[in-house]
Design a protein. Structure first.
Length: 507
């Protein structure tokens, strides 16, 4: 049977098919990062039991990845613009897989923190490159919106796949196995990506300024560290010094970008209300949600007694909602408006978090599942549309740096959310009153209390667990309320900041 396509039509069909095949490789990189982030939360009780970290070390294990990746995203996005986005994506994916092995076989809290930090270095190369390549592969605005929706939906799907696969592995193997699932994904990504991804770079990039790289890294890490320490231990001289160092380094970074002929990041982008509004919305949204997300697996397993696999399934509605919303978000934003979709999505998340302030040890799953579904739908609408706004605001040559700003806001929000809202949970938890003989370590984390109870007489152990779980849930209620306030305020801010903002191709 012969083809009825003319040569020009056949070439266009091949080009179109090539774009979607390339997208399938890009979403594998997103899946790699999303799965890793979710399995960490699921494995946290086991890591806590095996490595016996302090409460502060446990928070570092949770957020050092975000600290490092937030400090390097802009630099790595700009590097991809210079040396090639395909090259940095495949190199970063290879490193991500290799460092995952180090995470799996960490034997001390300090080694685990180091492994998570190195994973942040590798992860910083992946997300900006994927969005930048989407910006350069998909020229049609409506196709690009769909591609961004698929990109975001895959990230959400990863948050579902991670807990389910991770839960299965945790029930049959040791906790390090959850990190080894990165290896087959990385292998497929690299082998297929070498053949299918087109290379793209800025034709006139200028030098990669190492001073700017250092200022960005020092500024972000020092500032976020200061916020974390102030939330946990109050404003000490060391915390104040770290905050001042971070602020000074970031000021130096901004000043240097404004005076360089070819900066790592064009600061003039922030003069565009749509761009700056979308970035701010992403940062505050993740900040308001991340404290709940980080502690949810502990609540499901250590408070409600669910097995890891069951806990993974329990978190599924959030991912399902985000996938569904992400696939239709671009169409909805063109039909109604950007600010209606973003503000409406954020408002829905805020209301769902407010509902979760009623959580108790015996809360039934219908309430929890419905709240998680609404969180997923609202976040899916918001994140997909803001990513599209950010990509549409810049020339293709600067797509890597602009994508990095979007991802920096996400990672910085996650780090700050775990630091601030996580500190609320930890601070409230530590104040519980246990029975006589309760070890000091039991006040560090709920996982430590569960471990301590195993060496106590049954009645004493039950009293300890009841007090510890009640205190933990109370802290989670307060964190959910704080997150709800942040999300509702962000929804209101987005309504004004995204006024008259439209996606490309809107009528």
């Amino acid at each position: 049977m012969t083809s009825t396509l003319q040569p020009a039509e056949a070439a266009e069909a091949e080009k179109r098919a090539g774009r979607w095949l390339a997208l399938s490789v890009l979403v594998l990189a997103v899946l790699l990062v999303a799965v890793d982030a979710t399995v960490l939360g699921l494995a946290t009780p086991y890591i806590s039991e095996d490595l016996n970290p302090s409460g502060t070390q446990l928070l570092w294990i949770g957020d050092v990845y975000s600290f490092v990746i937030a400090g390097l995203l802009v630099s790595m996005g700009s590097l991809g613009d210079r040396i090639g986005r395909k090259r940095i994506l495949l190199g970063g994916a290879t490193a991500f897989g290799a460092v995952s092995v180090l995470n799996a076989y960490a034997t001390t809290p300090e080694l685990m923190i180091l492994a998570r930090a190195l994973l942040g270095v590798a992860g910083a190369t992946l997300m900006p490159a994927t969005l930048a390549l989407i910006r350069n592969i998909f020229h049609d605005p409506r196709e690009r919106s769909l591609a961004v929706g698929i990109w975001g939906a895959t990230a959400s799907a990863g948050t579902a796949v991670g807990p389910i696969v991770g839960g299965f592995l945790l029930e049959h193997f040791w906790w390090g196995s959850v990190f080894l699932i990165n290896l087959p994904v990385m292998a497929v990504l690299v082998l297929v990506g070498v053949r299918t991804l087109p290379e793209s770079r800025n034709p006139n990039p200028g030098p990669w300024d190492l001073i700017s790289v250092a200022l960005s890294l020092v500024g972000m890490i020092a500032l976020v560290y200061a916020v974390k320490e102030a939330a946990t231990h109050g404003l000490t001289p060391a915390t104040l010094a770290a905050g001042l160092l971070g602020a000074a380094a970031l000021y130096g970074f901004v000043h240097r970008q404004l005076t360089m002929p070819t900066p790592l990041l064009d600061m003039r982008l922030f003069r565009r209300r749509g761009f700056s509004g979308a970035v701010l919305a992403d940062l505050l949204t993740v900040l308001g949600m991340s404290g709940l997300v980080f502690f949810l697996s502990q609540y499901l397993q250590l408070v409600q007694g669910r097995r890891p696999f069951e806990a993974g399934l329990a978190e599924l509605p959030a991912a399902v909602g985000a996938v569904a919303a992400g696939l239709v978000a671009g169409r909805a934003a063109r039909r109604y408006s950007v600010r209606v979709v973003v503000s409406g999505g954020l408002g829905a998340v805020g209301v769902a978090l407010a509902v979760l302030t009623t959580l108790s040890e015996s809360t039934g799953y219908p309430l929890l599942g419905a709240a998680l579904l609404v969180v997923g739908i609202g976040a899916g609408f918001s994140f997909t549309v803001t990513a599209d706004v950010i990509l549409s605001s810049v020339p293709r040559d600067q797509a890597g740096a602009a994508s990095a700003v979007s991802e920096t806001a996400y990672e910085l929000g996650a780090a700050l959310g775990i630091a601030l809202l996580g500190s609320i949970v930890t601070g409230v938890y530590r104040g519980f009153t246990g029975p006589a003989g309760t070890p000091v370590a039991a006040h560090e984390s709920l996982g430590a209390a569960v471990e301590a109870s195993r060496s106590m007489p049954p009645h004493t152990a039950e009293t300890l667990l009841e007090a510890a779980r009640t205190s933990f849930v109370h802290g989670l209620q307060l964190a959910s309320g704080a997150g709800a306030a942040v999300l509702l305020a962000t929804a209101l801010a987005a309504w004004f900041l995204l006024k008259n903002q439209k996606l490309e191709g809107a009528g």
